[in-house]
Ligand binder design. Structure first.
Ligand SMILES: [Mg+2]
Length: 380
């Protein structure tokens, strides 16, 4: 079946999230990575830092030499994962066919002819609702969508249709194709193959002599063909939220109340998606950084805060160990579409709770998180 394929890739993702969370970092060179004193490397840097020649995977020491004014931050992976989930949820509003390939990159499948329009909408929503720049490549296969997304960077949209291959793909250097690393590139360059076009036109037999069994695949890539089948996942795998305490915590009550807030947060997101969950998990990190995760499969799927929290509390009671605690998290998985329950026993406690939850969700939708938390405390 013919389909449009999008590759959506957030720009300088870790740095963009930090700039989003801390406005004083916006417009400034920012490097996320290990310490310059040790053997740290750059994991991401803002576009402002790239102007100075700073790149991913560069030793931090060198990066600081190139851009002494840069702000350096250690990565905050749990925050990035959280934002990554929010982005996935945006994608799922547009299509059920999603293949996430990294924390900030996903292929989307769309009906033939719908790719470009949808990509425009996705970019607008990610910008407006999440405040993040995203580049999208649109085409008919993974190869061309990926290359289009690279050409779109930063913060733009680019299509490469099969008829654009000679104009757009062929002038690029050969190592733009997947599977061509530095050593293959050197081999090809030695034989006068510098551009994708030169590879496309190189006789296949000679190429096989040069590259062995890889030759025919690379040659088909050079023509813009890509027969890889995409195994889309048709649902969100999980919804999670965690909190690192500003300092290690000794009080069990404080952890329990944090777990209650986290349960409400993931419950709210679950309902906003029209989903229910079968499995509830907790994550606990102790002061010495040892981390455990434990889960519980429920007899029946739920999307109710009180039922989620009940399992969370029980998991923490059994597996939460001894203080000091450093981080706790709640995760919901085994997600499925919410099945409306029959209203026969509309006075059942579960239905009453459901009504309260609906009011809470409406308040939250109108007034935001702060109101939800205080409202939920009033109700309880
Ligand atoms: Mg990216």
């Amino acid at each position: 079946m013919k389909q449009d394929i999008l590759l959506c890739d957030l720009d300088a993702f870790y740095a963009s999230v930090e700039q989003l969370d801390n406005p004083s970092l916006r417009g400034k060179p920012l490097i996320i990575g290990g310490s310059p004193e040790g053997r740290g490397v750059v994991s991401t840097c803002s576009y402002e830092a790239r102007k100075y020649g700073v790149r991913s995977a560069m030793p931090m020491k060198k990066a600081v030499e190139l851009c002494p004014a840069a702000v350096i931050l250690p990565p905050n992976m749990s925050r990035y994962k959280e934002v990554s989930e929010e982005i996935l949820r945006v994608f799922y509003k547009f299509t059920p066919e999603i293949l996430q390939v990294s924390i900030d990159e996903a292929y989307l499948g769309l009906p033939d002819g719908k790719g470009y329009k949808t990509a425009k909408k996705i970019r607008a929503v990610v910008r407006k609702d999440l405040g993040l720049p995203i580049s999208i490549g649109v085409s008919v296969n993974m190869l061309l969508a990926k290359i289009a997304s690279e050409l779109a960077k930063p913060d733009d949209l680019k299509t490469i249709w099969p008829e654009d291959v000679p104009d757009v793909l062929w002038p690029l250097p050969v190592d733009k194709l997947p599977g061509i690393g530095p050593s293959t590139k050197e081999k090809l360059n030695k034989h006068g193959i510098k551009t994708v076009k030169e590879l496309a036109n190189f006789p296949e037999e000679k190429l096989t002599g040069l590259l062995g069994s890889n030759a025919s695949l690379l040659k088909s890539y050079a023509h813009g063909h890509d027969n890889r089948k995409i195994f889309f996942s048709r649902e969100m795998k999980s919804i999670s939220k965690e909190k690192t305490f500003p300092e290690d915590i000794f009080g069990r009550d404080c952890v329990i109340s944090t777990l209650s807030e986290l349960s409400e947060e993931v419950g709210y997101r679950l309902r906003a998606e029209g989903m229910q969950a079968r499995t509830v998990s907790i994550k606990v990190r102790f002061a010495d950084f040892t981390t455990i995760t434990r889960d519980k499969t429920l007899p029946e799927s739920t999307n109710m805060d009180n039922e989620i929290f009940k399992s969370v509390k029980e998991l923490f009671r059994r597996h939460g160990g001894k203080p000091p605690w450093r981080l706790v998290g709640v995760k919901l998985s085994g997600l499925e579409c919410w099945k409306q329950m029959s209203l026969l026993s509309s006075d059942s406690p579960r239905n009453k709770e459901r009504k309260i939850t609906r009011v809470k969700d409406e308040l939250r939708g109108k007034y935001g998180k702060a109101v939800l938390y205080s409202a939920s405390k009033l109700i309880k």
